[in-house]
Design a protein around this ligand. Structure first.
Ligand code: FAD
Ligand code: NAI
Length: 474
């Protein structure tokens, strides 16, 4: 087998494996190296997203939501459930199966696209632009030569100072996705995306969940109106969310005790069976041996790149969580495709203004573009139109009428500047807004499009009509 490649990708998360496939589609000889292993030591490509992120978290969110519906929503439909119980072991088994299907799917895609996969750690071993040497340390020890290298080594969870994760009592995302039985009391530090998604899973299964957030505002980067609605709903669901706290000493013995100061400055103690620490993630470059070849990192440890994902080294690129920008799987994928295309002499492009965000709680929260508070800060004149799911026929039939769609459009041109949704299937509905914004649509464009009836997407059309004060169903 040739050990010389046009492109060697280090990391097979969403950034890396997609970059490898696109580069192969463009006719290049491509290798992809990834060190993630199953408990049996087999390759598990897909990175954080597939193994301990997007995919397993959504599997558990679905299982716990089904349980919650069976317990709380079915009766209204005349469906009686007797002896409802949750088998956590089976729920985790299903989650593991979903993960494995995705691992296997990526290995299949590599084969189909003639990407040569190496299971092990990839590290710079020398070379220069056009002929980089990459050492693979796994079951075999290969040295690959690469014209181009794409670094896609991802991120790892940030720990609190002096409180290492043990994944028994102090859990990172890996531990949070593998809790073997519903804890009676669960603590979460950080009311961000992981904290809210994982907190929701275990709350639905019966845990008493307390979330401690350092910032005074809840979901500070989300549109304020959406964040306010979310806080109201999550609190009603039983998540005890405390913002503006200062976490102090944490003691982990049989259980975990967290000493903290609340927003009023009063000393408090929280005792829980398990504590999830979800206070953000840090770029992962450990073991890459970037130092040896002079790879430049920025002050926060991200691989420094320009707008095209070029590093300071000739023909070395970096994408995904290991570089600046949102830590999202689809952002990593877009960068991976764009870099492969640039290497092939095409014009890969990633539009950061239209990267959607989704929080997969119930209700889901999704947005794209700027928030109302950002537009105010920037002094942009805008018009806002909202439509509640309460007035949407499909939402009523679903029995899920929480939330609303809000569209923000430029006051002069009507161009859509931001769309914010809290409600059922927000993760799917936001796609229409992304397409509209990518095509530079005005709110009137959405208002003039025929939307199927009855469908949740009619709330998008109605919100667009509301920008011009002419909703039809409210
Ligand atoms: P990663 O997925 O982290 O992949 C990097 C890969 O590189 C890993 O397999 C790693 O083992 C490998 N690697 C690292 N160094 C080396 C080396 N030297 N040699 C060989 N291999 C190496 N994002 C979303 O968009 N939607 C979601 O719903 C979502 N849910 C999430 C839920 C959780 C709990 C978490 C933790 C994250 C979630 N994310 C979600 C974020 C998403 O997982 C990341 O943004 C995404 O995985 C980043 O992709 P990546 O390819 O940059 O890195
Ligand atoms: P996050 O950045 O979403 O949230 C971290 C929260 O912790 C913030 O609200 C922050 O203010 C708070 N915090 C920080 N230090 C603290 C401290 N000492 N005490 C109390 N609170 C503190 O990070 P999270 O949830 O760890 O997720 C990491 C990343 O993974 C996300 O930013 C996101 O990019 C990605 N992700 C995406 C998902 C999705 O797209 N649905 C799901 C899960 C993760």
């Amino acid at each position: 087998m040739s050990k010389s490649f046009d492109v060697v990708v280090i990391g097979a998360g969403p950034g890396g494996y997609i970059a490898a496939i696109r580069a192969a589609q463009l006719g290049m000889q491509v290798a992809c190296i990834d060190e993630w292993s199953t408990p049996e030591g087999k390759p598990a490509p897909g990175g954080t997203c597939t193994n301990v992120g997007c995919i397993p978290s959504k599997a558990l969110l679905q299982s716990s939501e089904n349980f919650d519906h069976a317990g709380h929503a079915f009766a209204e439909h005349g469906i009686q459930v007797k002896g409802l119980a949750i088998d956590v072991a089976q729920m985790l088994k299903r989650k593991d199966k979903v993960v494995k299907q995705n691992n296997d799917g990526i290995l299949y895609l590599f084969k189909k696209n003639k990407v040569i996969f190496f299971h092990g750690r990839g590290a710079f071993a020398g070379g220069s632009a056009g002929a980089w040497q990459i050492q693979v340390s796994g079951k075999t020890a290969d040295v690959l030569t690469a014209k181009h290298v794409i670094i896609a080594t991802g991120s790892t969870p940030r720990a609190l100072p002096d409180i290492p994760f043990d994944n028994k009592l102090i859990l990172d995302n890996t531990g949070a996705l593998a809790i073997g039985e519903t804890p009676k009391k669960l603590g979460v530090i950080g009311a961000g995306v992981i904290g809210l998604e994982m907190g929701s899973v275990w709350r639905r299964l019966g845990a008493e969940v307390t979330v401690l957030e350092a910032l005074p505002a809840f979901l500070g980067t989300v549109d304020e109106q959406v964040a306010k609605e979310a806080l109201k709903v999550f609190t009603k669901q039983g998540l005890a969310i405390h913002t503006g706290v200062k976490v102090g000493k944490i003691t982990a013995r049989k259980n975990v005790t967290v000493e903290y100061t609340d927003s009023a400055g009063a000393a408090q103690t929280l005792t829980v069976d398990k504590l999830i620490v979800s206070i953000g993630r840090v770029p992962y470059t450990h073991g890459l041996n970037g130092n040896a070849v002079g790879l430049k990192l920025d002050e926060r440890g991200f691989v420094a790149v320009d707008g095209d994902c070029k590093t300071n080294l000739g023909n070395v690129w970096a994408v995904g969580d290991v570089v600046r920008g949102p830590m999202l799987a689809h952002k990593a994928e877009e960068e991976g495709v764009a870099v492969a295309e640039r290497i092939a002499g095409k014009h890969g492009h990633v539009d950061f203004n239209t990267v959607p965000w989704v929080i997969y709680t119930s209700p889901e929260i999704a947005w794209v573009g700027r928030t109302e508070q950002q537009l105010k800060e920037e002094g942009v004149k805008y018009r806002a139109g909202s439509f509640p799911f309460m007035a949407n026929g499909r939402a009523r039939a679903l029995g899920d009428t929480t939330g609303f769609v809000k569209i923000l459009a430029d006051a002069a041109t009507d161009r859509i500047l931001g769309v914010h949704i809290i409600g059922p299937m927000a993760s799917e509905l936001i796609a229409e807004a992304v397409v509209a914004m990518e095509f530079g649509a005005a709110s009137e464009d959405i208002a003039m499009i025929c939307h199927a009836h009855p469908s949740l997407s009619e709330a998008m059309k109605e919100a667009a009509l509301a920008v011009d004060n002419r909703t039809l169903n409210l």
